[in-house]
Design a protein around this ligand. Structure first.
Ligand code: ME8
Length: 522
């Protein structure tokens, strides 16, 4: 069976995590947990990108050393991931000595192979994005096309990576791996916007940036942050020989980089070229998601329009935030966030899932003193629902195999809606009233099993709440594995208990109070 190495980008340690960072990281966490649920082995890495002039500037502004500043920032990311129940295997930091040694080694190797050469750079530089831009990109106003801040003309000695050597090879690689970057339109954009017009050699060092990894061969240079950052994916698995063998050297391991489309270019063009230059394996896939916007503007600290995920998570809990982000945002599309839409989406949880749990547990308590009846299948409707359950499980697995976790989630919620409708149609209370106990046993044993299946399939998202469902159903620990979900009868005689409310509905009257509490402007 295939293994997976799944990565988030390493976020800049120059500001606190926001909802965009949370989205990518939650996506990767759910993907990792889903793959594990299906029996795969997964290594999941996250981390922080800690070098660069901007970080040094911010540290100085706050009267701190850059190292102290990034130590503090990376802790904030770790805290956020803990709050959101992110179950990562590695938190890689670019100030980690082992990573620094790796970067120096790769830089030297490329230098000695003439993949990197010394030249002179003249161009427009955006200090905030740490990016150089061409005349046409900055336009007449001389502003950075990414962050819209003013750029500066810079001329300096610089090392360059010889892109021209690898363009042909890269295009061949794309041809043989048409799904390398998903959604596919991203790869076409990459080719049309960057490669076809002629890819310039990439400047990979700076002389004006002290807070970075020194080039051993010429210490007035530091390594360009993107060269440094991309190699985090190597360093994250290279610290332990077993992990390295299993998740990097092994060709049965699929390496998946999940990124926002803002940085797809670095992952689809430069990263594979660097790896080719080092004779190393290439990643299998770059998944490039869309960006969350607020009132159609890019979310950013400087515009004071970013949403504080700490406050949201403190109030609603991690499961709700995880569910919101994964079910609401179609992968690859930009998404315009609003608090109203947030509330509408999360209310699906109490209305659909909470309500289903409540109905099933209450009926089992009322009709059978809480003991789940021995599984039987007497009614035509029950048999039809079994088919729906099997097809939901099949679709779910297929979607996870295809990395479509948002679709996998909606498959489960469609099944939740089907089960609610099945209750309405069959009306177990009528069977009870009419003393049709055999039929009632059949219906209730199915309902208990369906809830169990739903809880298991949602376990990668609702990492806490799915346990409440399983506990209320009295599911034995040994059956909390995917291999049992199609085995009817394993819940025979389990005793259910009524427990805490699964999710609270947010009413219109709560919304204003919440806006104040969560610091949300209209
Ligand atoms: O680019 N919506 O770090 P970064 C959705 N250090 N996702 C968003 C987002 C938004 N509005 N804003 C950010 C860097 N993200 C580099 C990465 S990797 C070798 C180096 C997410 O802190 C999204 O994943 O600017 C995006 O690609 C990433 O954060 C950029 O994070």
């Amino acid at each position: 069976m295939k293994n997976f190495y799944i990565t988030t980008p390493i976020y800049y340690a120059n500001g606190a995590p926001h909802l965009g960072h949370a989205y990518t990281t939650i996506f990767c966490d759910i993907l990792s947990r889903s793959k594990r649920l299906l029996g795969h082995e997964v290594f999941f890495s996250v981390g922080t990108d800690e070098h660069g002039k901007k970080i040094e500037k911010n540290a100085i502004k706050n009267g701190l050393t850059p190292q102290f500043f990034v130590d503090n920032m990376s802790e904030q990311f770790k805290k956020m991931w803990k709050m959101l129940d992110i179950d990562y295997d590695m938190f890689i930091r670019t100030t980690n000595q082992r990573h620094i040694n790796n970067v120096k080694q790769f830089f030297s190797k490329m230098l000695s192979n003439n993949d990197i050469y010394l030249g002179e750079y003249e161009g427009w530089y955006c200090i905030d994005c740490e990016s150089f831009w061409s005349d046409s990109q900055v336009g007449e106003k001389k502003i950075c096309p990414d962050c819209l801040r003013t750029v500066k003309k810079i001329k300096e000695e610089s090392y360059f990576f010889k892109c021209s050597r690898y363009v042909e090879k890269l295009l061949n690689f794309y041809n043989q791996n048409m799904d390398f970057c998903l959604p596919k339109v991203q790869l076409n954009e990459m080719i049309n916007n960057f490669i076809t017009p002629g890819l310039k050699d990439l400047s990979v060092s700076r002389t004006n940036d002290n807070w970075g990894i020194r080039v051993e061969e010429n210490t007035k240079h530091t390594v360009y942050v993107w060269f440094d950052a991309l190699f985090n994916y190597f360093s994250a698995v290279n610290f332990d020989n077993e992990v390295y063998k299993k998740f990097w050297l092994n060709n049965d391991t699929e390496i998946i980089h999940v990124v926002g489309k803002d940085i797809a270019r670095f992952h689809c063009i430069y990263w594979p070229m660097f790896l080719m230059a080092c004779d190393m394996r290439l990643p299998n896939r770059v998944l490039a998601h869309g960006l969350i916007k607020i009132k159609n503007e890019k979310m950013s600290k400087s515009k004071h329009n970013s949403i504080d995920p700490v406050l949201l998570t403190q109030y609603f809990g991690s499961d709700v935030i995880r569910y919101f982000l994964i079910s609401e945002i179609p992968f690859g599309n930009n998404y315009d966030y609003s608090f109203e839409r947030f509330i509408e989406r999360i209310n699906i949880l109490p209305h659909q899932l909470g309500n289903l749990l409540n109905r099933v547990i209450s009926m089992l308590l009322q009709y059978f003193d809480g003991a789940i009846p021995t599984f039987s299948s007497l009614n035509l409707e029950d048999a039809k629902m079994q088919d729906k359950m099997f097809s939901a499980i099949k679709d779910y697995k297929k979607n996870i195999d295809n990395l479509n976790i948002t679709e996998a989630t909606s498959t489960v919620f469609l099944f939740v809606a089907d089960v609610n409708k099945y209750i309405d149609d069959i009306a177990p209370w009528k069977l009870y009233k009419n003393n049709k106990f055999k039929e009632l046993e059949s219906v209730m044993s199915h309902l208990a099993h369906f809830l169990y299946v739903i809880a298991m399939l949602l376990s990668p998202i609702l990492v806490n709440k799915h346990k409440i469902i399983l506990n209320q159903l009295g599911v034995l620990d040994k059956f909390r594995k995917l291999e049992f979900i199609d085995k009817f009868g394993i819940l025979n005689n389990c005793v259910v208990v009524k427990g805490e409310l699964l999710f609270k509905t947010i009413d219109d009257k709560d919304i204003d109070n919440l806006k104040t509490l969560l610091n949300i402007d209209d």
